[in-house]
Write a protein that binds this ligand. Structure first.
Ligand code: SAM
Length: 219
């Protein structure tokens, strides 16, 4: 299976533990601080909850995902939320730099919101470097990347990463301005067999796992 097919399957079979029917609380809180400005890009937008929320609040945002099934889901989700004019597009974040409408010059985006995409490349240094390179290409100098990623500081599931990995990945061409522990909300699905003991799961199957939130300025 290709990567695209693997991601599609999670949406087509409704087995995506990150599809929780609402935006991540950490992203909702971030928005309330006023930290999201200008033209906004959400790579790996999945079911589109953040792009939908931010569009509804008046932001100029484009949600993108490698998976056509994710974008189909996001578009349907936007209609269901009564925000049908949300901008979504199928796009591989590892090729952003090749797009003149994204990379310019000048780069198109003032703010990038990454919810749970960076950590996908946690064990693949070359893809991780390519992703960081592509983000750099499309983010304006002085622009900001907000990164929400699963943390390896507690038991959990999914690709969990260390704060050191974030620091090292953005050590050149970026300035890490803040990095804090937070939570990422997921849902327990039958295929998560390794769900560790000690995680508090709501009767609806919702669980908040350890995560990082970082503000990283593009130099
Ligand atoms: C863990 S999910 C997170 C989805 C969403 N941001 C959220 O927090 O609910 C990761 C998403 O990244 C997408 N993805 C994976 N590789 C990608 C790539 N190279 N470019 C763009 N999106 C990608 C997947 O299809 C999936 O929708």
């Amino acid at each position: 299976m290709t990567r695209t097919e693997i991601w599609n399957a999670a949406y087509d079979n409704d087995t995506a533990p990150w599809v929780i029917g609402e935006p991540q609380p950490a992203i909702v809180a971030l928005e309330r601080t006023g930290a999201i400005t200008g033209r906004v890009l959400e790579p790996g937008c999945g079911a589109g909850e953040h792009t939908i929320l931010l569009t509804r609040l008046g932001y100029d945002i484009l949600g993108t995902d490698l998976s056509p099934s994710a974008i189909d889901r996001a578009r349907a989700n936007a209609v269901a939320h009564g925000v049908p004019h949300v901008a979504f597009e199928v796009a591989d974040a590892l090729t952003f730099a090749t797009r003149p409408d994204f990379a310019g010059p000048p780069p198109a985006f003032d703010t990038i919101v990454d919810s749970a995409l960076f950590h996908v490349f946690g064990t693949e240094p070359e893809l991780r470097a390519a992703y960081v390179h592509n983000l750099h290409a499309v983010c304006k100098p002085g622009g900001v990347l907000h990164l929400l990623a699963l943390s390896d500081t507690e038991p959990g599931f999914g690709p969990r990463i260390s704060d050191t990995l974030i620091r090292e990945s953005f050590s050149t061409g970026w300035q890490l301005e803040s990095l804090h522990p937070t939570r990422y909300r997921g849902r327990v699905i039958p295929s998560i067999t390794e769900a560790p003991p000690g995680l508090e799961v709501s009767p609806e199957g919702i669980v908040d796992v350890a995560a990082w939130i970082a503000r990283i300025r593009r130099l």
